[in-house]
Design a protein around this ligand. Structure first.
Ligand SMILES: Cc1cc2nc3c(=O)[nH]c(=O)nc-3n(C[C@H](O)[C@H](O)[C@H](O)COP(=O)(O)OP(=O)(O)OC[C@H]3O[C@@H](n4cnc5c(N)ncnc54)[C@H](O)[C@@H]3O)c2cc1C
Length: 449
């Protein structure tokens, strides 16, 4: 059994690509604790199918930039978009050095696939299990580092802070039910999205926006928490639980969407929010619970080599993609909003960083372009680690102890109830933000008239 120390130099909450890449980029002389709610493979990073964007050549910069901005309704933070695109080659090089195996052309160069909203192929991939390939390789390297300790079944329930700064976190060990207050010079929230608060989502059910709720509770700034992406194509099922994604690269390679009469009704390669709206409109018109996706226009060999996971999952659910269409429906997929962070991952609370899907640095604007999120998570997590390194200073011991003593552990003893209240807090905040945006829009329209 792993015994937790009372203090670490850096504590990272989350073992997805953001948490792991942050840990790997903290200098080896610093002790790093990385925790996750259940096992490390229960992160959305493991589920990523389609791939990860890379600027293929300098001449594509303007077009990649424009595709990202257009998908985001031009609400993106230009500084973040530029940093992401400019940093993409370095991210892919790092991954290759960590042993990630991307698909290659016959001449050995990287193979690229295409997804909706992209004006050309620029997505690196590994079959339809890119996320598993990347995350498992990062995990292997992280486990080999002596300064990094990865502990599963540890849930963050709160941060230790005063009005000025963050000194660590309060956690519950799921194995023995014990509560601990852990100090850290720097705390990094890399705790993923919020799909677990919705009934239909492609995300793991454990991802319920705990870090977001904790920030709301402490007055740490959050942004655009109603910017929630719905993926147009998840496999329709009457069963409860996580929805299975049918990657957008399937449409990128030629699959088409069909209505109840098996007729095409939209351009399948428009950005996600537009395709989702078209599908919903069609379902309403047809009075159906789903539309059809036909993968048969894709050459058989391409389906076998590029999408083996999708083929198998569909077979398990009773659909043979080589012989028939599969039923698909939109589901919650990604969170563009989140804990406000700058392009180095810093939040509005000193010593507290947020990276990956849990943060909002504005890179995706109102709607994320396909395959930009693994890239964004990896890049800004590395930048956060570098920023921590450059500005490193230990916490003030007396202040930290005072903040810790002010916390009453009895308030955390019913952790299930607490986490449920966090879920509700997230849902309420989304609802309030929706109302605020609707009112602002109505006022704007009134002013125009
Ligand atoms: C089905 C699917 C397919 C996708 N495909 C692609 C794709 O092809 N390309 C792409 O770019 N993006 C894709 N995405 C999105 C992308 O995978 C995620 O945005 C990205 O992996 C998020 O990484 P992350 O490290 O921020 O969070 P995650 O990988 O979700 O990790 C979150 C971590 O936080 C931990 N955690 C959460 N709360 C707590 C807590 N209270 N205490 C302790 N630990 C906690 C979890 O246990 C987990 O370890 C896909 C997403 C899904 C769901």
């Amino acid at each position: 059994m792993i015994k937790l120390a009372k203090k670490y130099d850096v504590i990272i909450v989350g073992t997805g690509v953001a948490g792991l890449n942050c840990a790997l980029n903290i200098t080896p002389d610093k002790s790093v604790l990385v925790i996750c709610k259940e096992t490390p493979d229960k992160s959305d990073s493991y589920l990523a199918q389609g791939g990860i964007c890379r600027l293929p050549e300098e001449s594509d910069y303007d077009s990649y930039y424009e595709d990202t901005m257009r998908a985001g309704h031009y609400e993106n933070n230009p500084e973040a978009v530029e940093a992401m695109i400019r940093g993409s080659q370095e991210v892919i090089n790092d991954l290759i050095c960590y042993g990630v195996d991307f698909a290659r052309e016959e001449d050995g160069s990287l193979a690229y696939t295409k997804e909706g909203g992209h004006s050309r192929p620029r997505i690196c991939f590994h079959e339809d299990t890119t996320g598993r390939e990347i995350t498992s390789k990062l995990m292997k390297v992280a486990r080999s580092r002596r300064n990094i300790l990865i502990v599963p079944y540890i849930t963050m329930l709160d941060i230790i802070c005063d009005d000025e700064q963050c000194y660590g976190i309060v956690v519950r060990d799921g194995k023995n039910g014990r509560l601990y207050k852990l100090f850290a010079d720097y705390t990094v929230l890399a705790s993923g999205g919020i799909g677990g608060v919705f009934e239909n989502s492609t995300n793991f059910r454990i991802l319920t926006g705990d870090a977001l709720a904790i920030c709301l509770k402490h007055g740490i700034a959050v942004d655009h928490i109603n910017y929630i992406q719905i993926h147009p194509t998840t496999l329709y099922s009457k069963k409860k639980g996580r929805r299975f994604l049918i990657s957008e690269s399937v449409r990128g390679e030629g699959a088409v969407l069909l209505d109840k009469n098996f007729q095409r009704f939209t351009d399948e390669l428009k950005p996600r929010d537009i395709v989702t709206a078209e599908i919903r409109k069609q379902m309403q018109k047809d009075g159906t619970d789903h539309v059809w996706l036909d993968m048969r226009p894709i050459p058989r060999e391409e389906v076998i080599s590029h999408f083996p996971g999708i083929v198998q999952h569909c077979l398990n659910e009773g659909y043979d993609v080589f012989r028939e269409c599969i039923p698909v429906v939109p589901s919650q997929h990604y969170f563009m909003g989140g804990i406000r962070s700058d392009t180095k991952g810093a939040t509005t609370m000193p010593r507290l960083y947020a990276v990956g899907e849990t943060c909002c640095n504005g890179v995706h604007g109102k709607n994320r372009l396909a395959s930009n999120s693994l890239l964004e998570s990896l890049l800004f997590a590395k930048r956060a680690a570098q920023d921590i390194d450059v500005n490193y200073s230990p916490i003030d011991r007396e202040k930290a102890i005072a903040a810790k003593n002010a916390l009453n552990l009895a308030e955390y003893s019913n952790s299930a109830k607490l986490l449920k209240s966090y879920k509700q807090m997230v849902l309420d905040a989304i609802g309030q933000e929706n109302i605020r945006c609707a009112e602002a829009q109505a006022q704007q329209q009134g002013e125009k008239r």
